[in-house]
Write a protein that binds this ligand. Structure first.
Ligand SMILES: [Fe+2]
Length: 136
């Protein structure tokens, strides 16, 4: 059976904006908690962590968006669109997971999360680093 693997937080993922980096790292931690639970518990127990991860992602996006607004980041509309389509997709997959309780759903969910988190942090979030101060 396919096993989920933890993702390692790396220095290269840092934006240099301290609060944002701390929040990104927390998202990685929550992801890894979900992975650990998938190894030790039945998948039913994972849903609470998935809920927490979604709530934390929303909190983080709101924070990031408030900084983009405050510092008048030019691409904020596109960036916000990425956030809201992520939340839509994650909710859809989380519901499938809750209803289906299948490992297949969980793997699909985890793969989506992992790709999105790393790609978003490494590409889309790079866009604002010259606009938002490091100690915003
Ligand atoms: Fe972002």
């Amino acid at each position: 059976m396919e096993q989920l693997t933890e993702i390692q937080w790396k220095t290269e993922y840092k934006t240099g904006i301290h609060v944002i980096d701390t929040q990104h790292e927390r998202l990685f931690e929550l992801y890894n908690e979900m992975v650990k639970q998938s190894h030790t518990h039945g998948i039913l127990r994972i849903n609470a962590t998935i809920d927490e991860l979604i709530k934390y992602a929303q909190h983080h996006f709101h924070y990031e968006e408030s900084l983009m607004e405050k510092y008048q980041y030019a691409n904020s509309a596109d960036h916000m669109e990425e956030h809201s389509s992520f939340i839509d997709k994650v909710m859809e997959l989380a519901v499938a997971n809750t209803d289906g309780h299948s490992r297949e759903h969980l793997i699909e969910f985890a793969e989506f999360l992992q790709d999105w988190l790393i790609n978003h942090i490494m590409t889309v979030d790079r866009g604002y680093i010259d606009t938002i101060p490091t100690v915003a």
